[in-house]
Ligand binder design. Structure first.
Ligand code: AMP
Length: 143
């Protein structure tokens, strides 16, 4: 199963924020959209970073509420690991486990296409396991 199958279900809309927005705006965006990370992009196309709830917690732990006025660029991860829609769900799971992050933007030719979260991956794996069990039940009953 590929990343494409996840995007087909959840859609390709991606929430982005500019790197000069401040941390308070990023926190409000995460809360409003009920998401755990937002892709940083100046034009909504090219990925320049990612900022997650973990980065915001660390910023506040280090600098207190003054951190909320600081730009996203000061706390985002600039070296973003991305994937392509043809990558397998298993490969993305491994990437997330090894990198210890829960979000992977999907890109094609340098353009942002979507984002896959650990929740999307787990949901897909459960659906696949259930479909396989159903198939085996049918096979046994038919035999
Ligand atoms: P998360 O688990 O997604 O909340 O992110 C944990 C940490 O990894 C934060 O510092 C994020 O900025 C960073 N991070 C999240 N996603 C990625 C990614 N795809 N590539 C690189 N770093 C990431």
């Amino acid at each position: 199963m590929s990343v494409e199958s996840i995007l087909r279900t959840k859609g390709t809309g991606v929430v982005t924020i500019r790197s000069d927005a401040n941390l308070e705006e990023a926190a409000k965006m995460l809360a409003d959209k009920k998401i755990g990370a937002v892709v940083v992009s100046e034009d909504g196309v090219a990925v320049s970073g990612i900022i997650s709830e973990r980065d915001i917690v660390q910023a506040i732990a280090a600098d207190g509420h003054a951190a909320l006025e600081q730009p996203v660029s000061s706390f985002m991860t600039a070296d973003v690991i991305t994937c392509e829609r043809t990558d397998s769900v298993e490969a993305i799971m491994q990437t997330m486990t090894e990198g210890r992050f829960r979000h992977v933007p999907v890109v094609a030719d340098g353009a942002l296409l979507g984002i896959v979260s650990i929740g999307d991956v787990v949901k897909r794996r459960i659906e696949d396991a259930e479909a396989e069990a159903e198939h085996l039940r049918g096979f046994i009953a038919g035999g």
